[in-house]
Design a binder for this molecule. Structure first.
Ligand code: PRP
Length: 210
């Protein structure tokens, strides 16, 4: 049987995920000196870690080529998919928010607002719940630019410290929901490798409860 394979999100969540695994006693030395490699043996090869972009973590886990994944709730909400979400890892905490240029009244008037976001599904569903018709424009990154350049009235994006909003003259209009890193598990792996996966989940739960 191949080693248990876990997909980790590159970038913002990477360091905290490695910290968590190390604190549980897993030897993550290979991930600390990673160079350009993308697959890493953990604990002498008992587990294999894969470093991927957030959306790809979900794809790999959903398709069963990775048994587990660590990914933000933001990506899970945007992509949906069929897998188990088994633990809130307690790090990568931020929130989804609607933000607009400081001093503007987002809800004033009756025109259809244009909202820029990387998270078009989250945006549509949130405004849908409000029964508010909006035009959503997909932006790939640095979404804060869109209202500053005049492309959109507001953005829906993740806010951590609020610095990016502040430094670009934007402010929160409304908070949408909290976000944090989650552990996800492939449906078949949960059955086929139950003992190993349960063991890992238990260790993580004990750690995050402390
Ligand atoms: C995220 C998010 C905001 C920023 C928020 O972008 O999209 O732009 O971080 O963080 P803050 O509240 O602490 O300022 P990220 O840096 O991941 O890059 P991106 O804009 O290219 O997606």
């Amino acid at each position: 049987m191949r080693p248990l394979r876990i997909a980790l999100t590159k970038g913002r969540l990477e360091e905290k995920t490695i910290e968590m695994l190390s604190s549980l006693g897993y030897d993550c030395t290979s991930l600390e000196q990673k160079g350009r490699r993308l697959i890493f043996p953990i604990d002498g090869g008992k587990i294999e870690a894969v470093l991927a972009k957030a959306a790809d973590v979900v794809t790999y886990v959903e398709n069963g080529v990775c048994d587990l994944g660590v990914v933000g709730k933001d990506t899970i909400m945007e992509m949906g998919g069929t897998f188990y979400e088994v633990a809130d890892l307690g790090f990568g905490r931020c929130r989804f928010a609607l933000a607009a240029p400081k001093g503007t009244d987002f809800y004033a008037g009756y025109h259809t607002r244009r909202i820029a976001s990387k998270y078009v599904n989250v945006t549509r569903s949130w405004f849908g719940k409000k029964n508010m018709d909006v035009d959503v424009v997909k932006i790939e990154g640095s979404v804060e630019l869109a209202p500053v350049l005049g492309l959109a009235d507001a953005i829906v994006d993740i806010v951590e410290t609020g610095t990016t909003l502040k430094e670009n003259g934007l402010e929160i209009v409304e908070e949408v929901c909290p976000v944090s890193a989650r552990l996800i598990v492939n449906i078949a792996s949960m059955k086929l490798r139950k003992a190993e996966i349960d063991g890992l989940i238990r260790q993580i739960e004990e750690k995050t409860a402390r």
